[in-house]
Design a protein around this ligand. Structure first.
Ligand code: PLP
Length: 354
């Protein structure tokens, strides 16, 4: 990107922070050993990785053994959904997700449905909110897992996770939340959220691509998706991406330290941006909730708008010509000509969704 360009697509990915590059290059140039090797080079890599695990666990309010490093948000979501559903098969066969989940969850749910699991979608309101009442109607004694994202990647809607967890736990079901778009933007502490499983991806928080983590509360059984050695206690075999893991820990440290201040800053920017657009352009619709002074309703760094009579793709391309990078939905679905499933799920018309 040139100096004059304005990059506004940080939910797709972020640039890597210089501090993260620094710790990663130290690992890549000096601490290159295999963390499973017994010699000094291996032990050094293991120490770096275990220090990173401790940092990530501390930040999330978890224990180090509850952190499973993996290859990013998509893999983390797959591990949580398929790994837990399969581990509990024949005891409980029902999985509950929402229609506004990232494709990593929606497609994993489809795969489980093809395998014979009973997969149910809990409806969301016009703002994208999952109400405790709607969830309570679906959760029963046959439910093994409820997976509801904390903050949505397209419209930013933030769910009341503790209230939803209560409903799942009351029926003995486990709860997973995809916190990929929440971490660094709003408070993410596993003990306060009371979740059993949670996913994080490094490249959304100024860290490297292709690395992420699963938080899995002690005692939660996960059937591994791939098979190999005993890495990550057998839950995710394969030689660990030590540089990526150390980069993830540094990115989490930086993001956690500035999250509260950034929330205030982005709230101001979001209100100013929306205010000025609304003053100039008629017929724009904010998809997702307005911000509120009383509680967190939306990640303020996410603003999703429909412009009546103008297609998203045309707007993206004309803004790109001006050096401004935006998106019209999840980067994982770009190229798809269909309207966003998230916008359709909140009741937007196909025309406005496009
Ligand atoms: N979950 C959410 C909410 C996301 O926004 C993304 C990224 O697009 C993912 C999961 C997937 O993460 P990754 O790109 O690390 O595979």
């Amino acid at each position: 990107m040139s100096l004059k360009s304005i990059y506004l697509d940080n939910n797709a990915t972020t640039p890597i922070a210089p501090e993260v590059i620094e710790v990663m290059s130290q690992i890549m140039t000096e601490t290159f050993g295999n963390p499973s090797s017994l010699h000094g080079a291996g032990r050094d890599a293991k120490v770096a990785m275990e220090n990173a695990r401790e940092t990530c666990a501390d930040i999330l309010g978890a224990e180090p053994f509850e952190i499973i490093f993996c290859g990013g948000g998509t893999e983390a979501d797959n591990i949580c959904l398929k790994g837990v559903a399969r581990a509990l098969r024949h005891k409980r066969e029902k999985i509950i997700v929402t229609p506004i989940e990232h494709s990593a969850i929606r497609q994993s749910a489809k795969e489980l449905s093809d395998e014979g699991f009973d997969v149910q979608n809990v409806e969301v309101t016009k703002e994208g909110i999952v109400t405790p009442e709607a969830l309570a109607e679906l959760v029963d004694e046959n439910t093994s897992l409820v997976s509801i994202m904390y903050a949505n990647n397209e419209i930013g809607v933030v769910q009341d996770i503790p209230a939803l967890v209560k409903i799942a736990h009351a029926r003995g079901a486990l709860f997973h939340t995809d916190a990929v778009q929440a971490f660094g933007k709003i408070p993410v502490a596993v003990d306060e959220l009371d979740v059993d499983l949670l996913s994080i991806s490094a490249h959304k928080i100024y860290g490297p691509k292709g690395v992420g983590l699963v938080y899995a509360k002690g005692g939660v059984k996960i059937a591994p998706l791939i098979h190999g050695g005993t890495h990550e206690k057998g839950r995710r075999p394969g030689t660990e991406n030590v540089a990526g893991i150390v980069g993830l820990a540094k990115a989490m440290e930086l993001a956690a330290a500035r999250a509260a201040e950034e929330y205030k800053h982005y709230t101001q920017l979001s209100e100013r941006f929306l205010g000025s657009l609304r003053g100039k352009i008629q017929d724009i619709t904010l998809n997702g909730p307005e911000l509120s002074a009383d509680r967190i309703t939306r990640t303020p760094s996410t603003v999703n708008l429909s412009f009546a009579g103008a297609e998203g793709e045309a707007i993206i391309l004309s803004l790109d010509l001006e050096g401004i990078a935006v998106s019209s939905g999840s980067a994982c679905s770009s190229g798809a000509t269909d309207p966003s499933p998230v916008l359709l799920a909140i009741g937007q018309t196909p025309e406005l969704a496009k």
